[in-house]
Write a protein that binds this ligand. Structure first.
Ligand code: SF4
Ligand code: SF4
Length: 214
């Protein structure tokens, strides 16, 4: 299989998916370290999201965005878009099935109580999203305003989800090199380390702004 080099853009669908997963993993790690949704919103009676009267489980999750909505693919041909969409769904399903088979996990809650009725996306649980990998750009990058404020005001990290969604979309379109993805991941990893360190010791220096951008 052709390797992705630092400076060439990925040509095959497999290479794009590989690059996508690299970036998705580093963003997941940052949000997991922040743990904002799980600790601060999902347990609430009302979501942090805008005018929502829904339980905190509803964020980007008011629809099944994981189904990789096609409008994002306006710059690529229909066949490639459909192909990528099918691959992603298959990978998501495999991943979800693995999680559903795990005993003693949050999945039990998800299956046993009536939480399902409180949410719109069927992949949402009390522990957050059930799909751990290969989510759509919307799902991977989503932050509501309270999260963006928290990142900026507490950790001095600038995060603009519209920029990130474009970046993820560009990966799918084959416009992002490995070098660009690595640069992006370095910023995200730096942000993750800062969140972790700050939670352990509020005296650490966070004067330098981290701007997560492409
Ligand atoms: S993204 Fe915002 S609204 Fe959605 S679950 Fe997280 S904190 Fe709540
Ligand atoms: S797949 Fe996950 S992140 Fe995306 S809408 Fe559903 S629950 Fe939310």
């Amino acid at each position: 299989m052709q390797q992705i080099t630092q400076t060439t853009t990925p040509t095959t669908i497999e290479q794009r998916i590989e690059l996508y997963q690299l970036v998705e993993t580093s963003l997941n790690q940052m949000f997991s370290e922040l743990s904002f949704c799980k600790d601060r919103c999902i347990p609430r009676d009302r979501s942090y999201m805008g005018n929502s009267h829904k339980n905190g489980a509803i964020g980007c999750c008011h629809q099944n965005f994981y189904r990789l909505h096609i409008p994002l693919y306006k710059d690529i041909d229909q066949e490639t878009a459909t192909n990528i969409k099918h691959r992603f769904r298959k990978l998501q399903e495999e991943n979800l099935i693995t999680r559903l088979l795990e005993p003693n996990s949050e999945v039990k809650d998800y299956l046993n109580d009536n939480y399902r009725t409180l949410k719109k996306c069927s992949s949402h649980s009390k522990e957050g999203c059930m799909i751990a990998k290969f989510k759509s750009p919307t799902c991977v990058s989503y932050t509501c305003v309270p999260i963006e404020r928290e990142l900026l005001n507490v950790y001095n990290i600038t995060y603009d989800r519209l920029i990130i969604i474009d970046f993820l979309d560009d990966i799918i379109k084959g416009k992002v090199t490995l070098e660009q993805a690595n640069n992006f991941n370095q910023l995200t990893n730096q942000a993750t380390k800062r969140i972790k360190s700050f939670k352990q010791d509020h005296r650490i220096n966070i004067k330098e702004e981290i701007i997560i951008s492409k």
